[in-house]
Design a protein around this ligand. Structure first.
Ligand SMILES: [Zn+2]
Length: 176
């Protein structure tokens, strides 16, 4: 179980002990984001998760979705994480960090990544694959604009890698 202080702004974020690692493998950190997504689901939220990793491969923050427990439709995993990251770290530092997300960020979260100054994005399941698998019936979760399409209009470049490990993320969504 997580020891999360429900009374603080950081309740959606598990502060992670800094563990230096030289493992910069994308799959390694994506799988960690997928674990966070599983934890979000276990907490009664939607199965989305992300992690923020610095240049040395330290996991600085984990972000859970908290849309349901916070009754906040804006409480996507990335936004929750980036609120903390932007208070804690300068954009000059964040430009050398990477956010790994279980799923391709929605337009709100892709914009938040831009505004935060985070330099790199690696995502798992693409929006297109998600819609192909689960349909587009729920208009509340359908915003048909890929993060690449959106961020090509941004004033600074956010480097994007993905989709990756789509099967693993799909398995998670099918179970939840
Ligand atoms: Zn989002």
């Amino acid at each position: 179980m997580l020891n999360i202080d429900r009374e603080t702004d950081e309740k959606k974020i598990k502060k992670v002990e800094t563990t230096a690692t030289i493992n910069n493998d994308k799959d390694f950190f994506l799988r960690r984001a997928i674990q966070v997504a599983k934890r979000s689901a276990q907490q009664g939220n939607l199965p989305y998760g992300c992690v923020l990793v610095d240049e040395q491969g330290n996991v600085l923050l984990e972000g859970e979705n908290s849309v349901i427990t916070d009754n906040d439709v804006l409480a996507h995993a990335e936004v929750n994480l980036l609120h903390i990251a932007s208070k804690r770290y300068a954009p000059e530092f964040l430009k050398n960090c990477t956010i790994y997300t279980s799923d391709e960020p929605c337009p709100m979260c892709a914009s938040a990544i831009f505004w935060s100054g985070v330099g790199q994005l690696v995502f798992g399941l693409s929006q297109a694959r998600f819609f192909a698998e689960f349909g587009r019936k729920n208009s509340h979760i359908t915003f048909d604009l890929s993060c690449r399409e959106l961020l090509k209009f941004s004033g600074r470049q956010v480097k994007i890698a993905g989709p990756l490990l789509e099967h693993e993320v799909l398995c998670l969504h099918r179970r939840t």
